[in-house]
Design a protein around this ligand. Structure first.
Ligand SMILES: *[C@@H]1O[C@H](CO)[C@@H](O)[C@H](O)[C@H]1NC(C)=O
Ligand SMILES: *[C@@H]1O[C@H](CO)[C@@H](O)[C@H](O)[C@H]1NC(C)=O
Length: 381
């Protein structure tokens, strides 16, 4: 009898448990389906039909993507020679301390590039290190085309940035969504999905030389930015200095250190940090590899020549948001003759350029610990 009682009682109980489980799993499935959807571009495009893409609320929400672990680009990749594990450690540390995610794109030893693969117009006797550098960047462009991302941000492996980098990028996104320097209106796809638009091939956010096109110095987007170094640091310098560029753009002395400028790239050297779109990756691979137009050999020199010739469209951020981090000595370069000695002050003595603060310094401050001192105080309390 006991067992009878148990079975009759058990059936409804089991049914209840089953239906609770069923309802719960339906809820879980629905919720996870929705959150998956909200991440996919297709769904945001679909949602865009009901959202006003021009509203400031939508723009602000899209600009928030600039605060994510890839700063609003598809991914951040950084180029580093496989043997520079010291720099990879540093970049990894720095990224994790800033809430960024980096993916290694291995540098290339130019001696291993087949003579058949050297671009037709490359200078005779191009140095292996120079050739390797071109090839490493070309591989990163290819990586974007092989993915289904709209853009990637490419870093070299010796960077620093200001601790407030996410604020800087969010503001840049708002400015680019309301850009006056585009030649075409943004498409609905860009308005829905691209925090920085997609009307450019290259977006230079970390470069060294900034020269302006003499006929288009008034084509600028200028805004107040609280995260700039002291104006005095930006002043002076030669023909292609950051200071000269800011002057060319029409900034007054008082505006130095208070305003940032986005303008068409014309003379922009060093590939410290730049983003590319799919179209940019295609143009670069086409011009420099397929058409063999690597005339100078140094990748940044060739890119800047293509800007001058009008074959590539770029925007340059002045002052830049990313800087090289120099430690002094031969550790600073993988672009030197073989067999040179390694010396220098090391990371702790390094410095950046044109930044307000240093994410590297912030990292040191965060990691500093005096364990026994903390125990001593803990005991006293
Ligand atoms: C950051 O935002 C961009 C733009 O929406 C997106 O493509 C990318 O996947 C996001 N990255 C991360 C790590 O969430
Ligand atoms: C590049 O490869 C050559 C040939 O294998 C080698 O001799 C040289 O040391 C390599 N250079 C670097 C920087 O690894």
């Amino acid at each position: 009898m006991t067992s009878m009682w148990m079975t009759t009682k058990m059936v409804p109980l089991r049914a209840t448990i089953l239906s609770v489980l069923l309802v719960t799993s339906i809820i879980i499935l629905t919720v996870s389906h929705q959150s998956l959807n909200s991440l996919s571009p297709a769904a945001s495009t679909a949602a865009a039909e009901s959202v006003d893409l021009r509203s400031s609320a939508h723009q602000a929400a899209l600009a928030k993507h600039a605060r994510n672990a890839s700063l609003g680009f598809g991914e951040i990749v950084y180029i580093s020679m496989p043997d520079r594990t010291d720099r990879q450690d540093a970049m990894n540390l720095l990224a994790s301390s800033s809430g960024l995610k980096l993916k290694l794109s291995p540098g290339v030893n130019g001696s291993h590039v087949s003579p058949k693969a050297i671009p037709d117009e490359a200078p005779q006797g191009i140095r292996p290190s120079v050739l390797g550098c071109y090839r490493a960047h070309a591989n990163a462009w290819r990586y974007l085309l092989e993915s289904d991302m709209d853009s990637i941000l490419i870093f070299e492996d010796d960077l620093d940035w200001n601790p407030n980098i996410k604020d800087t990028m969010e503001t840049l996104s708002m400015q680019m969504q309301n850009s006056k320097i585009r030649v075409k209106e943004p498409s609905d796809y860009e308005r829905a999905n691209a925090p920085y638009g997609l009307d450019w091939d290259i977006l230079y956010v970390g470069s060294w030389r900034h020269g302006t096109h003499p006929d288009y110095r008034d084509v600028t987007q200028i805004w107040d930015d609280p995260d700039l170094p002291d104006g005095a640091i930006l002043k002076g310098g030669s023909k292609y200095s950051v200071g000269q560029a800011l002057k060319d753009y029409g900034l007054t002395d008082e505006e130095f250190g208070k305003k940032r400028v986005l303008a068409p790239s014309y003379w922009t050297l060093k590939t410290t940090a730049y983003a590319i779109t799919r179209q940019g990756a295609q143009r670069l691979l086409f011009l420099l590899s397929y058409a063999g137009n690597l005339k100078h050999g140094d990748i940044d020199q060739d890119i800047t020549r293509l800007f001058e010739e009008g074959k590539l469209r770029g925007y340059t951020l002045t002052p830049p948001a990313f800087s090289q981090f120099k430690v002094g000595g031969t550790k600073d370069s993988d672009n030197i003759k073989e067999g040179t000695t390694t010396e220098g002050k090391g990371n702790l003595g390094g410095h950046n350029f044109f930044l307000k603060g240093s994410a590297r310094q912030m990292m040191l401050d965060k990691l500093k610990l005096d364990n026994w001192e903390e125990y001593r105080r803990f005991r006293e309390e």
